[in-house]
Design a protein around this ligand. Structure first.
Ligand code: AMP
Length: 311
């Protein structure tokens, strides 16, 4: 079932305690689209780049079955550029540079062939553009998932709240959930954020896993304990891509299936952090994904009898 992914396609420069990159391909929609492409066979991209963006990288999206008709290329303009630095604690990072460039005036045009998509993933981007993307779809998709970050909470909170009120699921990290709600407790934060619109809330907690809230219950998925975490950039986006990709593939948006989708999302995030940028995400096999999901199952499965039953 087809899926539209809206978000940044960018150049990133990343520094971690283990190394440093010059400009490499990044952007929320790149990670989301690539992760989703292993599940949803019809993933359609809406994004904008400058004429400095390499053709080979666009071809690389296409070789993953990603439709790039909605990827605008602006002649004479520069692609979005973001740089970040991680310290020894890889759960937090500093944004060093955000150059919006082509994103500053991004007008998300929806190609005719994208209409009637059932799943919409709004990756990290200006909330104004996220809202426009929803409004420009003739029929509301069956499921709209939205990701955002503190950058937009700082500079466009009202627009962000408007966009949030139009979606089904919001995915953010724990720090952002606290900032958005003004609550330290993630349970209280989830209640406040759900009152702003989304029925479901996925809170990403880096190496501490992810929580999925609906109104009455909460599901927790751990992150896989990995020997080496090389570069956490894009982990949240790969999570979102695996999550919505799995839902689009299975066409089932029940809470039980969302729990499975959280595990597939967590598996895609765990691959992403093993190498710089999208390097690991572009070369996965179905077998590797299956084995990784099995590791998640083994990690949390245990047999236990309640004390009362053992007496
Ligand atoms: P994540 O590590 O999952 O939060 O995502 C990192 C990606 O988000 C990088 O590849 C960046 O290019 C992209 N990014 C960072 N800041 C922004 C922003 N303000 N708007 C859109 N994309 C962004």
């Amino acid at each position: 079932m087809s899926l539209i992914v809206v978000g940044s396609v960018a150049f990133d420069a990343i520094e971690t305690p283990f190394g440093k990159t010059d400009k490499i391909v990044g952007g929320a929609a790149s990670y989301i689209g690539l992760a989703a492409s292993y599940f949803a066979k019809s993933t359609k991209l809406i994004a904008v780049v400058g004429d400095d963006f390499p053709k080979e990288d666009i071809e690389n999206f296409e070789s993953h079955g990603i439709d790039t008709e909605g990827l605008q290329i602006k002649e004479g303009e520069k692609s979005f550029f973001w740089s970040g630095k991680y310290h020894m604690n890889m759960n937090t990072r500093d944004t060093v540079t955000t150059e919006l460039n082509v994103l500053e005036n991004f007008d998300p045009i929806i190609p005719e062939s994208y209409q009637d998509c059932q799943f919409l993933m709004l990756g990290n981007l200006s909330p104004q553009v996220q809202k426009q993307a929803i409004e420009r779809l003739v029929n509301r998709p069956k499921l709209i998932v939205m990701d955002t970050m503190n950058f937009w909470m700082d500079i466009a909170l009202d627009e962000l709240k408007e966009a949030m009120s139009m979606v089904d699921i919001l995915t953010i990290n724990d720090e952002e959930a606290r900032q958005l709600s003004g609550e330290y407790s993630l349970v209280k934060a989830a209640k406040k954020i759900q009152a702003m619109g989304p029925t479901y809330l996925a809170i990403k907690k880096g190496e501490h896993g992810a929580l999925l809230f609906n109104h009455n219950s909460v599901f927790f998925a751990p992150a896989l304990p990995l020997e080496d975490v090389f570069d956490p950039t894009g982990a949240g986006d790969a999570f979102a891509g695996g999550f919505i990709g799995y839902l689009a593939k299975t066409r089932d948006i029940s809470f039980d299936n969302m729990k499975r989708a959280v595990i597939f999302g967590s598996a895609m995030a765990s691959f992403t952090v093993e190498k710089f940028g999208t390097e690991r995400l572009v070369n996965l096999t179905q077998k590797e994904i299956d084995e990784r999901v099995q590791e998640f199952i083994d990690l949390v499965q245990f047999d236990i009898a309640l004390i009362e039953d053992t007496i």
